[in-house]
Each structure stands twice: as C-alpha cells, then as structure tokens.
Design a protein around this ligand. Structure first.
Ligand code: MIC
Ligand code: SF4
Length: 644
C-alpha cells in the first residue's frame, strides 16, 4: 500500500504499539535538542536519573533564550548547561551561536531521523525531512536516557502545494494562510505533510518557516520531503553525506488534503493576540506602527534578512518606527555581514540585536505602551512582547521592511516588485562556538556546576483515592502557556528555581493566583478549549504542581501541555458534557471521587461540586502507561520505579 513519508519514518522508529490512529506508540529518538530556558530542568532531571551518559545518536544543548544576563543568574545557568554537556556527552552551543532551531537546521539535522526538543518549535527540522517534535523537558531527558517517546499515532494531513510564490509573497504568508484555515487548535493530534510540484520551488529555510510555525496549529509536527533542494542546502553546509531522498509514495493516503496554489498566496498578518487571527495585508494597510522586529526561529535566515535589506536599501525607516534585527545564527550574522546585508539594514536605521531569541520571548526590545509592533515571529500572545498594552502583528520580512519604511502597515508589493536576491550560497562555516562532546573516559570524573539560583526539581505528590480541592481559577478558551507561566526578562531567570518562579504563575491574568493557591493548599483549575497551547515549557505544569494544583478540568487540551501535566502528576480531565463548564464557579469546592479505581478501570471520574450540591463526570482518557505515571506521582518517580 502507498505510504506517506510520515508513515515511512515512523515505521522505522516504532518500538512500542502499533500504527492505529489515536492510539499510543513509543518511538526511538535519534537526536535531541534543548535550549537554556527549558534545558536547566532537563539536565537536573537527567542527572537525578543516575545515567552516566546520553544514549541518543546526537544531543545538543543550546543557549539562546536567556542571554540578557542582567545579573549572575543567566550565566550561572549557561555554566551549569556547559558542565552538564561535558559530563553527559552532548554538544554545547554557546550563547551567540544562535537560535537552537536555526543552528540545528544548519549544522545537525538529518533527513529521515527523529528529533525531540524541549521547545515547541522543534518541528523546524521538518523542513529537512525529519520527524521533529517538541516536548516537555522531562520527556527529552528520558529520550536522552534511551527511553522511547510516547505519542498518539497522528492523523496525517496532506498539504499539496502547486505553483510558485509571487514576488514579495513568502513562506510566512503560506503558513499564515494555513493558520487561517486550520486555526490554533486544528492541528492537535495531526502531522502536516507537504507534497506536490510546488515543494521544489521552496528552499529549505522557507520550508522550515512553514514547519516551524506549524507549531501554532497545535500540530504534533510538519514535514517536507527530502529532495535535490535539501541536498543542495546540505552541500552548502558541507554535510551532503547525510542526505537521502525521502518522499511519500505516489497515491499515499491522507486523512484529508489541503490544496494550495502558491501563486495565489498574498501577504498576510496574524493580528493581536492569536496566530490564527489572520487577515490579508490589503485589509490592514494604513494602520500606524511603532516598532518592527525581524528575526526569531521563524524568519531569520540569510534570505529573510536579505529580502528586508533590499527593500530598505538606501532608505531610512520612518521617524516613529524602531527597527530591530536578530539574526538567527552566528552563521547568518557573519554571512550577512559579508554579503553587505547588515550594512544596508544598519544604514537604513536598523538596530542589530544578538543572534538569539531576544524580543520574541520578551528578552529586550519591548515595545512602548499601546504600541503596534510588526514582528516576523511566530507568536503574538497577549503580553509576550513584554508590554501588556502592545498589539503584535506577525508578518513576513518583506511586509515588516516595507511597513518600517512607510511607518504604517504596507503591502510590500507596493514598494518593490522584484524577486529578492538569493543569498543562500553565501556561506562560510565556523563552528567555533560549538563545543564537541568529550570521550566517556574524559567526562567520567567531571561534576556539574550549580550556582545558587539552581534548585532541585520538585517531585509530584502521589495521587490519592479522593481529592477535595478548591477551584481557584476558571479560564477562557485557548489559554496559552504564556498565560500560565509568563516569560520575559524578569521571570525567565528563575527557570532553574521552581519555588521562585511559581510566584509568577498566572500573574498575567490573576495577580492573586499565587496567594489563592497557597491559601487553598489543594486546588483545581477550570479551562476552556485548547488549554495550554503554545510553548513546551514544563514550568507551566511544574509551578502549578508546586503550588498544590491537583487537577485541571478543561474542554480540551493542547498536546504538549497535556503530557506535561501527567508528567508532573496533575490530573488532566475533560468535561464529559461541556455544559458542565458553565455550572462551575471560582471558589467552588470539588471532590474528585474514587480516582485510583477509575484511572485503572474506567475512562471517567465522578466529581461532586460540594458548593453547588451537583455531580458531573469528567473523562481522563489516559492510556495504561500514563495511568501508571499518574499513580507513581509523576514521571520522575515512575522512571525511578520502573528503571529505563
Ligand atoms: C517559546 O517560543 O514560547 C519558547 C520560549 O521558545 C518556548 C520554550 C520555553 O518556554 O522555554 C517553546 O516554544 O517551547
Ligand atoms: Fe526562541 Fe522565539 Fe523561536 Fe521560541 S519562538 S525558540 S523564543 S525565537
């Protein structure tokens, strides 16, 4: 039978379970990546497993998120990460070397391999033909220890591309268009597989823009075939030897097929505050802007900066616009300097920021009050830019540059009609910020180095038969992990210190959340649809766990956050009847009954609302392995109990 590419790669990696849509499988992970903001917990967890060395083919620890270093904390984290990489046999990518996903694409990704990353944009690797999945840090630690990664066998959506993008229309506009069709929850439990004649018109970085932002669909991942274009990209990276051709069989069966004619794609923007709030630029033209930021793991390849530089060449950005550029990697930065791109951008008034996540995660370059900011990033969640009153529009580099010139949202086709030049062959490689792993013998006697802000990862409580807990928060639909555990320069330095970071839990939407949780001792959160979408940060589960949250009852969950809740012993439940959501209020006392028995033998749990005197049912829907994790009191306890 004709197979999809996804099926072919998964088939080679399945070690537990069978190909049955929606059912749990365990797959072998070939490569892992971590970044510093999630990585410190990953290596603390790995260390606590007492495994001397990683068991993957390759694992890389990147530093790209917390690079502002306003005091000792960030750099203490970097040093800890470097010492852990040396001790456990990883590559270490030093700060300044670039954003994990861009660097991994350039230097490490291999078509046909599986990659698990403690960052939700790990699917960027799908641009190279990898099955690249974002996960919580503990799942990545377990994969490094040689354990399978568990996921539900996904539905495979085919995206058939035909035609060719028109000048000034870009890969970013393609994924924004798909978001407008599929929404931020349309991809849950799905893999988007691209095929068709249009694929060969897209470069690897363009494909990676699409797979990167596929994360915003809630998808497990997205993947492109590995073809001659992939080979050319790897050849330029002097890694041609890892190339192999990979594609779906003719006539492969997809759950559904989305047809896209690239020549019909127009410049688009995701309007505040959701990546699927997409409109055509033509509908937004004229909106005055204050800031433009070009960069992030979505759009910071050399051609992205090159396109912006051509639009801005010999011009000056509008008086009221601040332009910031963060190149995706040291390679992009160096080659953009040699190609004259950086001088054009600086000449036009751009500020060159570090090769790091920077403004994308609220680490500097925060916009002014009530600002309109255009960003080539992938997320525009409320408050993420660092300024609560700002509105972020997500756009292509072409639209960003054209709008920076005009001082208002502008269709780039009105500024320039040409194709932008292809800078991709402009490439000089210098890996001197990547520290290679030591031999087993050399690393044997090493110890990790922990500064005073690095505290052990707290353990979850073992689940009891009954739990009585207070509802301390009731949320709307599409709550993101940025709502649950915000990022930004004030909070990110506490990623290695759960007691401290827990004080910021839900601070964006309820300043009293921490006090309420402490007072209640045991609590429950009520959520709407797609609860926990966005980032993979397990801190959004770890901190609530630390504060005594025992269950989240929601209409539906995002994949990674659901797994993180289980990993840290918080019971994720969905309403059997979604009308019951309306019948619960904050401060109600809920009693979850007969939990252990229900987890083992039934799919539902009976919940009594003691305040209202009502009873309702919630579904746990956990597979046997997840039930065992819950019963053990979270994945750390579980892995110890049933050693890998
Ligand atoms: C993000 O884009 O939200 C982040 C910051 O990269 C996160 C990881 C984190 O919170 O550390 C992600 O996407 O997983
Ligand atoms: Fe970094 Fe932003 Fe990409 Fe997250 S989305 S990895 S913060 S650049």
């Amino acid at each position: 039978m004709a197979k999809s590419l996804t099926e072919k790669i998964l088939e080679k990696h399945i070690i537990e379970g069978n190909k049955e849509e929606g059912k749990e499988i365990g797959i072998k992970i070939d490569q892992t990546l971590t970044q510093d903001a999630t990585g410190t917990m990953v290596y603390l967890q790995f260390e606590s497993m007492d495994i001397p060395r990683i068991k993957t083919e390759l694992s890389v620890s990147y530093v790209d998120h917390n690079t502002q270093q306003s005091d000792f904390k960030n750099m203490d984290d970097h040093i800890f990460l470097q010492s852990a990489a040396a001790k456990f046999g990883l590559h270490f990518s030093k700060p300044g070397n670039g954003i994990c996903h861009q660097v991994h694409l350039e230097r490490f990704g291999i078509p046909g391999k599986t990659l698990l990353g403690s960052d939700s944009h790990t699917p960027t690797g799908g641009g190279l033909g990898m099955i690249a999945i974002g996960a919580g840090g503990l799942d990545v630690a377990c994969a490094m220890a040689g354990a399978p990664f568990y996921l539900n066998y996904p539905k495979v959506i085919g995206v058939k591309l035909s035609g060719k993008l028109k000048p000034m229309c870009s890969a970013k506009d393609v994924i924004l268009y798909i978001l407008s069709l599929e929404t931020v929850k349309g991809g849950v439990g799905k893999i988007y597989e691209y095929f068709g004649d249009g694929v060969k018109t897209l470069t690897v970085p363009q494909r990676a823009t699409i797979t990167n932002m596929g994360a915003e669909l809630g998808a497990t991942t997205s993947i492109f075939p590995s073809d001659e274009i992939t080979k050319e990209f790897l050849k330029l990276q002097k890694r041609e030897d890892v190339w192999q051709e990979l594609k779906a069989d003719e006539g492969a069966n997809y759950y559904k097929v989305i047809d896209i004619d690239l020549s019909k794609i127009e410049p688009m923007a995701a309007c505040p505050h959701m990546p699927d709030n997409v409109k055509k630029i033509s509908e937004l033209e004229g909106i005055k802007i204050n800031q433009v930021a070009i960069g992030s793991c979505t759009n910071s390849s050399i051609n992205d900066l090159g396109a912006a530089s051509e639009i801005l060449e010999n011009q000056t950005v509008a008086e009221n616009v601040a332009l910031g550029i963060s190149p995706g990697s040291k390679q992009v930065l160096m080659n953009s300097m040699e190609a004259g791109i950086i001088s054009k951008l600086v000449d036009a008034g751009g500020r060159i920021l570090e090769s790091a996540c920077g403004p994308c995660i609220g680490m500097g370059f925060a916009p002014n009050s009530n600002a309109v900011t255009l960003r080539t990033f992938n997320r525009n969640f409320f408050g993420r830019s660092g300024t609560k009153s700002a509105g972020v529009y997500l756009v292509s580099p072409e639209t960003a540059a054209a709008s920076a010139l005009k001082g208002e949202i502008t269709d780039p086709r009105k500024i320039k009609l040409d194709y932008s030049k292809d800078y991709s062959s402009f490439i000089k490689i210098n890996d001197n910020l990547i520290i290679k792993p030591l031999s087993e013998k050399e690393s044997e006697s090493l110890e990790t180095v922990k500064g005073p802000n690095i505290k052990p990862c707290p353990k979850a409580k073992v689940i009891e038969k009954e739990i009585s807990a207070k509802v301390i928060l009731k949320t709307e639909d599409n709550i993101t992990t940025d709502h649950i555990m915000p990022a930004g320069s004030k909070i990110l330095p506490f990623r290695s210190n759960i007691p401290e970071i827990s004080k910021f839990t839900y601070s964006q939407i309820d300043e009293n959340f921490y006090d309420k949780a402490i007072e209640a001792k045991q609590s429950v959160i009520i959520g709407g649809e797609n609860y926990g979408q966005g980032s993979s940060r397990e801190h959004a589960a770890l901190a609530p766990m630390y504060l005594g949250v025992r269950a989240v009852i929601a209409k539906s969950f995002a994949r990674i956050h659901h797994a993180n809740l289980v990993n840290f012993g918080i019971l994720p439940l969905t309403f059997k009847n979604s009308d019951d959501y309306d019948k619960i209020e904050e401060n109600d006392i809920l009693e979850l009954t007969n939990i252990i028995e229900s987890l083992k033998n039934s799919s539902t749990i009976i919940i009594k609302n003691k305040t209202k005197g009502t009873t309702f049912e919630a579904i746990h829907g956990l597979e046997n392995r997840a039930v065992d994790v819950m019963l053990a009191g979270g994945k750390l306890n579980y892995t110890k109990q049933y050693s890998l």
